[in-house]
Ligand binder design. Structure first.
Ligand code: ADP
Ligand code: MG
Length: 695
């Protein structure tokens, strides 16, 4: 339960002045939350400084100035396209205030002839006149202090004005309770961090550009607050996992020896090293939670399989969970035949299974008939019970949240978890996403892979590309044609893909060209994939549904339209679908000219390397962490205040800090521990606190 002292910060934002029921949803969308605290995390991006009153001749067009004026005369306009003008005198010359669609009565009251006023706004000069169109502020001498201010400028959106935000955020600051300091005094002193109230106040009342800098102590303090909350939450979950205790699992190696005997290849050193780590974890008494990171094609599946067999050898069950139906099915099709050869039972469970068939699978899992199950998140629904689940592999985990991982862990008495990801997350980000979760990397590809020949071409070469794939097709090649992402619109994605499918089908024949997209039913997707992998289809037009994990070793050509619209990591994943067999492969990246500098750099990287880690690091450098881990797809929590490219140095400190804190005060019971609990709640890491309290 959230501590009472934080209640004011978790009031709904429409409790603040200026935010009513109409505005609320707009503000929520803008700031990414509905609580008062979310407003406090909405930081200004720039400021407007109204302190300057230069002589008119020294003003710069487009700059904000404040001027003392005497109103000379009003010049109403008869033509709606021309502004109502108020001519004013200043010490340094005449200044025209211009108003379109003016209300003469209102202007007459605001700017009485002969009176002194203070006006502030953006100045321009043309036709020999200095002019402020629609001044931002007009007031009397008595109001000078409210006019000649420095005001923050917040990121805005349609319908939410700066004024609204300034008012609401000022009120939000008033709601800030007196919070105890949770940071280590020495650390705080070393970095000269202000307390949180001062920090928030400074950030929302910037006095100059320096106050907006990500290096400002106030900003760094808040970034650190957030990073520490996150690291602490991860460390708590991790510590909990350890104390939950696991069972020591060490098979006799009999099944693994048989499998090795059947494999047409020897494991790479990297695979053996990873398995060494995994077996050691499984044998240990704690509960395993390890991340297996390996680029596409690095051979994670067989590692998972061996690890599962280790559990099966002890008479227990193991599961492999994939994020999508297609992937689950594909894993099943790869794994089941191998298991069959060595006499291990295996079943598939996805959301598509219904009725009797599903019941039979459930029964088999409950009574232990199936030693291994492959499936989607359907595997951890309430109704699914296992006889004795000991080991779970979660593939492509970045699509699952921590929460699901925990649910899965709840299915067995002590389930060891291996998380596999093909996303080459840079080291810095691994830390933020997984805390100090143990990591094994497959940093070596199986031998014999042919490099993919990647070329970058402008979109107007598409006719040449089509003739090229025609030639490849006649030589028996299988070709992926990936269609562009259209911003935020699955419908438009689909239209583009359908259009391309129609064009290619016209040229090469409808029986040779297939289409697959996210809106299709699972069964239909399978059927198309099957025809592409083993049947008559030579070309598969696809939206990004093929991105993750699809395995058609015969595919040797990939065309990606509007490659500039994809993220680098995504391009890398896509390209990983080819170059899986013995034949040489080609990837053609088509782009719409003209290309910006960053896009050019990104496509160049794709041409130059196939190393997912280099690509990921570059991606991080070019785009910043937020986008690399794009919250929506990744399910990883994004930061509000910290920016990993700007505050990356704080991350390692936060991790060590979190470790130290829990080392000394594992139950967060000291005075500082109590304060740190507040920090966790403040950044909505409630889950971690709950978890920690429950045991
Ligand atoms: P990913 O890491 O992308 O899941 P996979 O497990 O699908 O990679 O493996 C890609 C391909 O490499 C598969 O066809 C697999 O059989 C093969 N493979 C895996 N390990 C080796 C190895 N040690 N030597 C040769 N081929 C291997
Ligand atoms: Mg895989």
């Amino acid at each position: 339960m959230r501590p009472e002292i934080l209640f004011p910060l978790f009031a709904e934002i429409d409790s603040l002045p200026g935010i009513g029921p109409r505005l609320k949803p707009l503000v929520v969308r803008l700031i990414g939350g509905e609580h008062v605290a979310d407003l406090l995390w909405h930081l200004p991006s720039s400021l407007i400084d109204r302190r300057f009153s230069p002589p008119l001749s020294e003003t710069i067009d487009g700059s904000i100035v404040t001027q003392d004026v005497i109103v000379e005369r009003h010049e109403p306009s008869s033509d709606r396209r021309r502004p109502y003008r108020v001519i004013c005198r200043t010490d340094s010359g005449f200044l025209v205030l211009a108003f379109f669609n003016a209300r003469p009565k209102y202007l007459g009251d605001m700017l009485p002839v002969g009176e002194k006023r203070i006006v502030s706004g953006k100045i321009d000069h043309f036709r020999g006149e200095y002019q402020i169109t629609h001044p931002d502020r007009i007031g009397t001498e008595a109001e000078r202090a409210q006019i000649q201010t420095v005001e923050p400028v917040y990121p805005m959106s349609a319908g939410v004005t700066g004024k609204t935000l300034i008012k609401a955020i000022a009120a939000a600051l008033d709601h800030l309770p007196d919070l105890p300091e949770w940071h280590d005094a020495a650390l705080q002193k070393r970095h000269q961090w202000p307390d949180i109230r001062t920090a928030l106040y400074q950030i929302h009342h910037p006095q100059d550009e320096g106050d907006l800098s990500p290096d400002h102590p106030a900003r760094r303090r808040l970034a650190y607050d957030e990073l520490l909350a996150n690291q602490l939450a991860l460390a708590l979950i991790r510590a909990k996992m350890r104390t939950l205790g696991g069972r020591s699992i060490a098979g006799d190696g009999r099944l693994r020896a048989q499998l090795t005997h059947h494999l047409p290849f020897a494991l790479t050193n990297a695979q053996n090293r990873a398995l060494g780590d995994i077996y050691a974890d499984m044998q240990g008494s704690g509960r395993m939670l390890r991340l297996l990171q390996g680029d596409v094609g690095s051979g994670k599946t067989v590692v998972a399989l061996m690890a599962m067999l280790n559990a099966v050898e002890t008479g227990r069950q193991a599961v492999l969970m994939a994020p999508t139906e297609i992937l689950a099915r594909q894993h099943y099709e790869t794994i089941a035949p191998m298991l069959e050869k060595i006499g291990v039972t295996c079943t598939l469970l996805t959301g598509r299974d219904k009725g009797k068939a599903r019941q039979a699978v459930l029964d088999g899992l409950a009574n232990g008939d199936f030693a291994v199950a492959v499936g989607t998140h359907a595997l951890f629904q309430e109704a699914v019970a296992f006889q004795d689940l000991a080991f779970a592999v979660v593939d492509e985990q970045h699509r699952f949240g921590v929460h699901q991982r925990l649910m899965l862990a709840a299915k067995g008495t002590a389930v060891d978890v291996l998380v596999m990801t093909a996303t080459p997350i840079p080291r810095t980000l691994t830390l933020t996403a997984f805390g100090d979760m143990e990591v094994s990397r497959l940093d070596e590809k199986p031998p014999g892979r042919k490099p993919v020949d990647t070329r970058v071409l402008p979109a107007d070469k598409v006719e040449d590309v089509i003739s090229g794939i025609g030639r490849a097709m006649r030589k028996g090649a299988k070709i992926y044609w990936v269609c562009p992402l259209v911003e935020d619109s699955e419908v438009l994605d689909l239209q583009a893909a359908e259009e391309r499918h129609r064009i290619l089908a016209d040229i090469f024949g409808a029986d040779r060209v297939g289409l697959i997209h996210g809106k299709m039913k699972g069964k239909d997707k399978d059927a198309v994939m099957e025809r592409f992998a083993h049947g008559d289809l030579s070309i598969l037009v696809a939206t990004t549904v093929i991105e993750v994990g699809v395995n058609v070793p015969a595919a040797t050509v990939m065309v990606i339209e509007h490659a500039e619209r994809f993220g680098l990591a995504q391009l890398h994943q896509l390209r990983g679908r080819i170059g899986r067999g013995d034949a040489a492969s080609t990837c053609l990246l088509l782009y719409a000219a003209p290309l910006g500098q960053i896009s050019t750099a990104r496509l160049k990287i794709m041409r130059e390397t196939e190393d997912g880690f280099i690509i990921a690091e570059e991606d991080l450098r070019l785009r910043g962490a937020g986008e690399v881990l794009g919250t929506r797809q990744s399910g990883l929590q994004a930061y509000r205040l910290a920016s990993l490219d700007l505050h990356g140095d704080l991350l390692a400190i936060a991790r060590d800090d979190a470790k130290l804190i829990l080392g000394r005060d594992p139950d967060l019971k000291t005075q500082r521990g109590e304060a740190l609990r507040l920090l966790l709640y403040l950044f909505e890491r409630d889950e971690a606190v709950r978890y920690f309290r429950s045991g």
